[in-house]
Design a protein around this ligand. Structure first.
Ligand code: SF4
Length: 171
């Protein structure tokens, strides 16, 4: 059918309807990796094991966020947001397809300001004076869903950041 790449995403903790009982254990992830390896060289499978979240924290290991960079999410009422995990977060609603075209939303200042936030939004957090602010937040994209789950606001560090000493599970 012309499919060039398969992407596999792990089951995620959301602000909505996830169930703690459905998270795979490490053994299940190992089985998945074994299964994927069978297709090496025959199929392009984009998959990154989430193990590193448990084992180590480095800036390079913080997953990128493609929300608002590679796509948008239209929720059933027509509102548009950047992430299916943040459909209830008013600050991430950047438009409404009942009132605007999708291309206008895609090119809007509202989207730009959301994915390239000013430092002042992060006052009193580790991000505010972080030397990696641009590399991390602008180039990589901060995972607002994880920040919101961990700290109750989208404008705080990614809990996978090395500056967060606690380990929290999201996958
Ligand atoms: S403190 Fe914030 S900006 Fe700095 S690396 Fe961590 S998440 Fe990124």
């Amino acid at each position: 059918m012309g499919v060039k790449e398969h992407m596999i995403s792990p089951y995620l903790k959301t602000l909505g309807r996830h169930d703690e009982l459905l998270f795979p254990d490490e053994e299940s992830y190992k089985l998945l990796e074994k299964f994927i390896r069978k297709y090496d060289g025959r199929m392009n499978i984009n998959y990154k094991s989430p193990k590193y979240e448990i084992e180590s924290k480095t800036l390079a290991n913080i997953q990128r966020c493609s929300g608002g960079r590679m796509g948008l999410v239209i929720i059933p009422n027509g509102k548009v947001t950047i992430c299916e995990r943040l459909i209830n977060s008013e600050e991430c609603i950047i438009g409404d397809v009942k009132k605007q075209s999708l291309i206008d939303i895609w090119n809007s200042d509202k989207l730009y300001n959301l994915i390239y936030p000013k430092r002042s939004k992060f006052i009193n957090t580790d991000c505010y004076d972080c030397d990696n602010y641009e590399k991390c937040i602008f180039d990589k994209g901060l995972c607002y869903a994880r920040s919101k789950i961990a700290y109750g606001t989208i404008y705080n560090k990614d809990p996978l950041c090395p500056r967060e000493t606690k380990f929290m599970r999201f996958v």
